[in-house]
Design a protein around this ligand. Structure first.
Ligand code: NAD
Length: 298
């Protein structure tokens, strides 16, 4: 059993912390939301009144926060954890942030002899609840090995992509591809529907044909085709459009820095940003299906 501090109890962090408790770990959590803290208490977590309390005697501190500035604030801010952590603690940041911020965090904590890995995840809220996430880690090999113990309580795959920051690079490559698959699947389904096809039948056909992909397998964007996905629940929960737009922005920044050519990623960034600007930022990212609704013929 390990003593774990956990920060950020949103759609992902809440169920992840609960799974750590189920695995027998002693988990102390912190979030800015009282509702999230109350839910974590019900799941068996101890709650910290102040951020710094999660670091107290912790073997691991794990964070699952929205974006770069939240992570920087929590660790390196004026009242951040940097000065409270001890060298006995391994810090694991599971948020999706830029590789640069992850490296800055890693090197700043290293100056205080605190070990750090970035470990962004894939698998969505369903994977967080079921404890089947994939962790994509960047950091020293022995630190990733040590983290495997606790990460296994929340996921089924733990990969090491390379040194600190490499997890984030692999993660944005994956999410850029996911956005392309989601937008493409939505377009194909809407085209079929516009021609009178039943989306359930069309989904089954594409699932058994060369268009098969993850969105058709487990995350169909068309309401009513699949149970227990955001599309069949008013696009509530899941992975927000705002967060997908953030990840696509990170991918484009990375592409600019390296000179990589990512025209499809640029297209989906613009799609997701416009969809967010139209007021859909807090819906699940599969709601892009509604953006590609056929126009009524005049
Ligand atoms: P979310 O918005 O549901 O949750 C974020 C939580 O962090 C909230 O509870 C918020 O109150 C808390 N928070 C914000 N600032 C804080 C601070 N300073 N101190 C303490 N708590 C703070 O987000 P999410 O969907 O859980 O996503 C978290 C991260 O995981 C993001 O980086 C996202 O890109 C990534 N991710 C999400 C999914 C998904 O399907 N939702 C999948 C993979 C990766």
């Amino acid at each position: 059993m390990a003593k774990i501090g956990f920060i950020g109890l949103g759609n992902m962090g809440g169920p992840m912390a609960a799974n750590l408790v189920t695995a027998g770990h002693q988990v102390t959590v912190f979030d800015l939301s009282e509702t999230a803290l109350a839910q974590a208490r019900e799941a068996g977590c101890g709650t910290a009144e102040h951020l710094v309390d999660v670091a107290d005697g912790a073997d691991y501190v794990i964070s699952m926060l929205p974006a770069d500035h939240h992570v920087e604030g929590v660790y390196l801010g004026d009242k951040g954890l940097q000065s409270q952590l001890s060298s006995a603690t391994l810090v694991i940041d599971c948020s999706t942030i830029s590789a640069e911020t992850a490296r800055k965090l890693g090197s700043t904590l290293a100056e205080h002899n605190i070990r750090f890995i970035d470990a962004p995840v894939s698998g969505g809220v369903g994977g967080a609840k079921a404890g089947t996430l994939t962790f994509i880690c960047g950091g020293a090999a022995d630190a990733v090995e040590q983290a495997r113990d606790v990460l296994s309580a929340m996921g089924k795959n733990v990969f090491r992509a390379g040194d600190v920051g490499a997890g984030q690079v692999a993660k944005i490559c994956n999410n850029m591809l996911l956005s392309v698959l989601m937008a493409g699947t939505s377009e194909a389904l809407q085209l079929g529907i516009a021609h009178g096809l039943d989306p359930k039948v069309l989904s089954e056909i594409m699932l058994q044909s060369s268009g098969r992909n993850w969105t058709l397998e487990v995350y169909n964007p068309c309401p009513g085709v699949m149970e227990n996905v955001p599309a069949s629940n008013g696009y509530d929960g899941g992975f927000m459009v705002d967060l997908m737009a953030k990840d696509l922005g990170l991918a484009q920044q990375a592409a600019l820095r390296s000179g990589a050519s990512t025209p499809m990623g640029s297209l989906t960034l613009n799609l997701y940003r416009s969809w967010a600007q139209l007021g859909h930022g807090r819906e699940d990212f599969s709601s892009i299906f509604k953006y590609v609704t056929p126009q009524q013929k005049k």
